[in-house]
Write a protein that binds this ligand. Sequence first.
Ligand code: NAP
Length: 457
Amino acid sequence: MTAKLLVDASYFVVAVLFILGLKAMASPVTARKGIVWAGIGMVVATLVTFFTPGMQNFGLIILAIVIGGVAAWWSGKVVKMTDMPQMVAIYNGMGGGAAAAIAALEFARGGVHGVVFTTLATLGALIGAVSFSGSCVAFAKLQGLMNKAWRLPAQNAVNIVLALVTILVGVGIVVSGDPTPTQIITFFVLSLVLGVIITLPIGGADMPVVISLFNAFTGLAVGFEGYVLGIPALIIAGIVVGAAGTLLTQLMAKAMNRPITNILFSPITGEAQAGSGPTGTMKECSSMDAASMMRYAQKVIIVPGYGMAVAGAQHKVYEMTKLLEEAGVEVKFAIHPVAGRMPGHMNVLLAEAGVPYEQIFDLEEINEEFSQADVALVIGANDVVNPVARTDKTSPIYGMPILNADKAQNVIVIKRGKGAGYSGIENALFFEENCRLCYGSAQGVVSEMIGHVKSLS
Ligand code: NAP
């Protein structure tokens, strides 16, 4: 078997591993297996590269693998679950940047010939560069390195003009077939600036959706550059990432009731509802009152949110769940598709704590059941249970599907104070007659509740 045939056959196996891995990632039961398969695919793809006929610079390749591998291993180890979105943003940006760099090198060494090749290389370069610089801005914002809201006068017009000029320069590259260094540099600078300008005004609640969109962009860019380099595994990996990223972006936008065009062109600002929030008083309850309400209930539905993740309270929550079940209470978990700060955030935390999958329900599966629940226990969730999303047309979250926690007989909310949700608006649920607030950090409050449930048993 020639080296070329061996390499191509290995790339085929790699592509199959990527596809099977992604398929397995679709369910929490098989997700871990899926990640391992895709990881093996990535290792095989990297190793096979060394056997590609004509490959040179092995020292540099090994150095890059060591630097990248150590940086990824270390950051993966130390990253907090709540910082995961910015980590996804920066790694995704690196993928886009790598695709753009491949195109830049191919242009510089004159390796791109023919209209189809040049068009795909140029498209990959544009999308990859936008994804790279945009993802870097997203990282800086989520990491708190860039707190100021930037919005240019006539922002949308600036975006459109800049995009058109960049595309025109790109068309110039395709038409010339052999671009000059000035053309190449102008094109890449414009593409990078475009990514920055598009992302700067986007903030708060919309950022994870934008990260997912850039993820889809990166996939596309990688797919195009895979064609340029003639590596089928890269094309397939790019298409898989592009398609998955596009679907995820659509799902998230739908769950937040924010069309993608709105996210990109009319970002939410927290001030949208300042001064016009719900009125009334929030009623407090002690952890003992809450515990006895749940201990003597027939059915309790727990709604976890970002605050549970921050407090790392998932293990305590499951400990309390088991105690309640031993006392004959039916306990279910209701997960909103955008609870927390990344898709599947709550599912991952609950799985980590050992909560069985069959006890965890999606919004559509459980929303009808809240009206039969004696208690809805909201742990560090806010926007995802805010009833103004149903009623207040002026609210920035109007139209977003919410969990019907307010329909339960009693609602207990665990949070530290009167802090608003991620979208920056007040929650009308907290002022309702059937709602009580149990103040404190989630881990501490649930620990107290566990003690009380035990004493009541
Ligand atoms: P949320 O609206 O961000 O509210 C979290 C609440 O947790 C806050 O009101 C805060 O109140 C409380 N909290 C913070 N630390 C706490 C602690 N240690 N213990 C107890 N409570 C604590 O959370 P959410 O209901 O999960 O909603 C998620 C938001 O993120 C939505 O607006 C969604 O659109 C947005 N988002 C999510 C995704 C995603 O993929 N998941 C993507 C894009 C956007 P206190 O400060 O008073 O404690």
